[in-house]
Design a protein around this ligand. Structure first.
Ligand SMILES: [Zn+2]
Length: 474
C-alpha cells in the first residue's frame, strides 16, 4: 500500500522595520535584555497601540510579489492566550480579515498556493538558565516586533519540497528587502502541518502541527520523522489524534505538546484599539512598480541574455547583491562565462574564507572585470591573476596597480622562458630523467618549478610545450 505525505506551512517572518509594530521601540537584534521596551509593548494598562506604516507596506509588497489579492479592508484581532512571554495576555494579530489572500510561489515548476498573509506582533523570549533550572528569565525586547505570517495551502508532498519552498521564500523575501530572514536570529521561523493518507484517499489524514523548527535542517528532519511515525501508525491500524508536537533537536524526535487547539479557544475578536486599514484603489498598481525583479525571473533572464547554464544562473542569483555584481562586472568586461567563473570560483572562495558578503569587500565589479580582461589579453597568467585577486581582496589595491607593483606582467619572450626551463631541468635531473623515461607525472613538477621561479609570470601552457618539445628533440 502506498502512502502520501501532505504538508502545509505557516511561516513567521520578522519584518525589516526600524521600530516595533505598535510602538516606537527599536527592533535591533542583540541589545541588552529589556532595554528596548516601553509601556505599550509591555502591555501596561491604558496604553494605545499605533500601527507601523512601514510594516504594512512591507507586507503589501510581499502580497503583490506573491500574486495575492489585497483586501479592500483589513482588521486586527485579539488572539487571547496566556504565556509568560506575552505580557498583554493577548497577541494583536489578524483573523477573519487578513491583509491578503490567495497567492502562489513556484518551486521546481509547481505552484504552491499561499492561503493568506497577515500581520501580527512577536512575543518575548524566555531564557531558561542551564545551570539553575529553578527559575527562568524573560527578555521583552522581541515583544511587539512586526511579524508577517505566510500560510500555504497543503500543496507540499514531501519534506524536501517543504524545505525547497522555504528556501525559495527566503530568497524572494531577501530580494524584496522585506526581511533579512536570518534563521540564527529567529527572523524566519516555521510551523508545519503534516498528515499522511493512503494514496488515492479523498480528503486529508489526521493533521499534526509541528512547532519549533528553526533551521532548514530541522524542518527536513522533523517532517521526515513525523511522516514515518504517522505512516507506521496507519499501517499498524492504531488511531491517533490531531495534536501539536514539538521538534526535539537533541533527540531527533517530535514530542506531543498538547491537543490541537481550535480557533475558538483563542476567543478572537476585533481589536477595539485599532481602526481597520482601508487600502486606496491603485495601491496594488503602485506597489507593483516597487517589486524588484525576483529570483526566478532573474535566473531566466541571465540564461537568456548571457548564455549562462541554469546552474550558473542559480548560483549567481542566490543573493540579489551577487547578481547585481555579476551584471555590473559584465558591463566592464563583456565575457559573461568568464566573469561568472571568477565570481563563483576564486571570489566565492575568498568570501567564504573571510565570511563576508560580496558587497562588504573591496573588490569592485570594475576591478574583477579588469582582472578577467588582463588574463584574457595575455597580460598576466591565470596563476598570477589568482594572487592579484587575493591581494586586491585583502588590501583594496586596484589589480592593475598590484600587477605593476609586483612586476607580474607575463613573460612573453620565448627565450626568457627557455632560459628558466633549462635552469629547472639542470637543477632537477631526477625529475627530468623520470620524464624522459616516460613518467608523465614528472612534467607537472617541472612546470611547477618554472612557475615558481618566474613567480607565476610564465604561461604554463607554453612551458609545457617547451618541455615536451625537448623530449621529442632528444
Ligand atoms: Zn515599545
Amino acid at each position: 500500500m502506498k502512502f502520501e505525505t501532505v504538508i502545509g506551512l505557516e511561516v513567521h517572518v520578522e519584518l525589516a522595520t526600524a521600530s516595533k509594530m505598535f510602538c516606537g521601540c527599536s527592533t535591533s537584534f542583540g541589545a541588552a535584555a529589556n532595554s528596548q521596551v516601553c509601556p505599550i509593548c509591555l502591555g501596561m494598562p491604558g496604553v494605545l497601540p499605533v500601527v507601523n506604516q512601514e510594516a504594512v507596506q512591507l507586507a503589501l509588497k510581499t502580497a503583490v510579489a506573491f500574486h495575492c489579492q489585497i483586501a479592500a479592508v483589513c482588521r486586527f484581532a485579539r488572539k487571547s492566550y496566556f504565556y509568560p512571554d506575552l505580557p498583554k495576555n493577548y497577541q494583536i494579530s489578524q483573523y477573519e480579515e487578513p491583509l491578503a489572500t490567495g497567492g502562489w510561489l513556484e518551486i521546481s515548476g509547481q505552484r504552491i498556493r499561499i492561503r493568506r498573509i497577515h500581520l501580527e506582533e512577536d512575543a518575548g523570549k524566555l531564557i531558561h538558565p542551564e545551570q539553575d533550572q529553578t527559575y527562568s528569565l524573560i527578555d521583552f525586547n522581541r515583544t511587539g516586533i512586526p511579524l508577517m505570517e505566510i500560510v500555504t495551502e497543503p500543496d507540499l508532498r514531501s519534506p524536501e519540497a517543504a524545505v525547497e519552498f522555504l528556501q525559495r521564500l527566503r530568497q524572494n523575501l531577501r530580494y524584496l528587502r522585506v526581511s533579512d530572514c536570518s534563521m540564527e536570529e529567529g527572523s524566519l521561523r516555521c510551523d508545519a502541518n503534516i498528515s499522511v493518507r493512503r494514496e488515492g484517499q479523498p480528503g486529508l489524514g489526521v493533521k499534526v502541527e509541528v512547532k519549533n523548527l528553526n533551521s532548514f535542517k530541522s524542518v527536513r528532519k522533523a517532517l521526515l520523522f513525523e511522516a514515518s511515525r504517522q505512516t507506521r501508525l496507519l499501517i499498524e491500524g492504531k488511531p491517533f489524534r490531531q495534536e501539536t508536537r514539538l521538534w526535539n533537536e537533541n533527540l531527533g524526535i517530535t514530542e506531543s505538546m498538547r491537543g490541537k487547539e481550535q480557533a475558538h479557544d483563542y476567543r478572537y475578536f476585533p481589536e477595539p484599539d485599532l481602526v481597520p486599514l482601508r487600502f486606496e484603489a491603485g495601491v496594488t498598481a503602485s506597489l507593483k512598480t516597487e517589486v524588484v525583479e525576483l529570483p526566478q525571473a532573474r535566473r531566466e533572464r541571465l540564461i537568456k541574455d548571457y548564455g549562462l547554464s541554469s546552474y550558473e544562473a542559480e548560483v549567481l542569483t542566490a543573493e540579489k547583491e551577487v547578481a547585481d555584481y555579476f551584471e555590473e562586472a559584465v558591463r566592464y568586461y563583456p565575457q559573461p562565462r568568464m566573469v561568472a567563473n571568477w565570481i563563483m570560483g576564486d571570489l566565492a572562495g575568498l568570501l567564504r574564507e573571510k565570511k563576508c558578503a560580496i558587497n562588504q569587500q573591496p573588490v569592485t565589479a570594475e576591478m574583477l572585470g579588469e582582472l578577467a580582461r588582463m588574463v584574457h589579453d595575455g597580460k598576466i597568467t591565470m596563476t598570477a591573476a589568482k594572487d592579484v585577486l587575493r591581494e586586491t581582496f585583502n588590501t583594496g589595491k586596484h589589480p592593475a596597480l598590484v600587477v605593476q607593483e609586483r612586476n607580474l606582467v607575463q613573460i612573453d619572450d620565448a627565450s626568457a622562458v627557455k632560459t628558466v626551463v633549462d635552469q629547472v631541468i639542470a637543477e632537477n635531473p631526477k625529475a627530468w630523467a623520470d620524464f624522459l623515461a616516460g613518467t608523465d607525472k614528472a612534467i607537472g613538477f617541472l612546470i611547477g618549478q618554472v612557475m615558481r621561479k618566474t613567480r607565476g609570470r610564465a604561461n604554463p601552457r607554453k612551458v609545457e610545450e617547451l618541455i615536451r618539445g625537448y623530449r621529442h628533440g632528444k
